[in-house]
Design a protein around this ligand. Structure first.
Ligand SMILES: CC(C)(COP(=O)(O)OP(=O)(O)OC[C@H]1O[C@@H](n2cnc3c(N)ncnc32)[C@H](O)[C@@H]1OP(=O)(O)O)[C@@H](O)C(=O)NCCC(=O)NCCS
Length: 200
C-alpha cells in the first residue's frame, strides 16, 4: 500500500494546517521588517556559531557589533551559542559567553561591563501565560519580561536566569542554579531556586 493513501494525505494536510496556524499565531503583531531582520539574524548567527578558531571569534564579534541594539566593545562569543532578538539586546564592554548557551532577548536584556556567562546557560526574557486550559500553552504568545545583568557578573555553567530577574553588580551564580529572584550586590548565589550563599 502506498504511504500516499487518502487517509495519510488528509492527516498530513491537517498537520500542515495546524502548523501554519501555529506559525501565524507566533508572528502576530510582528512588523514585516522585523520578521526579515530575525530571519537574517538567524542565518548569520547560525553560520557564525559553527565557525571554529579565532576567525569564528572575530566573525561573531563583528555580528554582535552590527546586530545588537548596543554593543560597547568587542564580544567574545564561543561557538554554538544561540542569540535571538538581538534588536532588544544591549551589552557593555568585555562580554564573554561560552558554548551551548541560549540568550533570547524577546522581552529585552540589558548587560553591563565585564560580564562572563558560562557554558550551557539559559537567559530568556519571555514566558508563556500558564493559567487556563485554552488555547494550549504551546500556542500562546510570550509575555516580555526584561532581564538586567549589571557590571562584573559571572554566571556558572548550566544556570537558568528566569524572565524579569535583575542580577546586581558583582553577582556570582553557581553552576546549575535557577535564579528566579533579584540578587544583591556582590553576592554568591547557588541552588535551584538560587539562595544567597555569601557575599564576595
Ligand atoms: C558558586 C561557586 C563560585 C561557589 O564557590 P565557593 O564559594 O568556593 O563555594 P564552596 O565550594 O565553598 O561551597 C560552599 C557551599 O555551597 C554549595 N555549593 C557550591 N556551589 C554550588 C552550586 N553550584 N549549587 C549548589 N550548591 C553549591 C557547596 O555544596 C557548599 O555547601 P555546604 O556548605 O552545605 O557544604 C562555585 O561553587 C561554582 O558553582 N562555580 C561555577 C563553576 C563553573 O560553572 N565553571 C564553568 C563556567 S565558566
Amino acid at each position: 500500500m502506498s504511504i500516499w493513501s487518502d487517509a495519510a494525505i488528509s492527516i498530513w494536510a491537517q498537520n500542515m494546517n495546524g502548523f501554519l496556524n501555529f506559525l501565524r499565531e507566533k508572528i502576530k503583531g510582528y512588523p514585516i521588517g522585523l520578521l526579515f531582520r530575525l530571519e537574517f539574524e538567524s542565518l548569520l548567527f547560525g553560520i557564525g556559531s559553527a565557525i571554529p578558531t579565532t576567525v569564528g571569534v572575530f566573525f561573531r564579534a563583528f555580528l554582535c557589533k552590527v546586530f545588537f541594539k548596543k554593543c560597547g566593545g568587542l564580544c567574545w562569543v564561543q561557538p554554538r551559542v544561540t542569540i535571538i532578538h538581538t534588536e532588544r539586546l544591549k551589552v557593555g564592554r568585555n562580554f564573554g559567553v561560552n558554548s551551548e548557551s541560549y540568550i533570547n532577548a524577546i522581552g529585552e536584556i540589558e548587560i553591563g561591563n565585564f560580564v562572563l556567562i558560562g557554558n550551557g546557560v539559559t537567559i530568556s526574557s519571555g514566558m508563556h501565560p500558564v493559567d487556563g486550559h485554552f488555547p494550549e500553552v504551546f500556542a500562546r504568545q510570550s509575555i516580555p519580561k526584561k532581564i538586567t545583568i549589571e557590571d562584573d557578573v559571572w554566571i556558572g555553567a548550566g544556570a537558568v536566569i528566569m524572565p524579569g530577574v535583575t542580577l546586581a553588580r558583582g553577582t556570582v551564580i553557581g553552576a546549575n542554579s535557577i535564579v528566579n529572584k533579584n540578587t544583591e550586590p556582590y553576592s554568591v548565589n547557588v541552588g535551584a531556586p538560587a539562595r544567597l550563599l555569601r557575599y564576595r
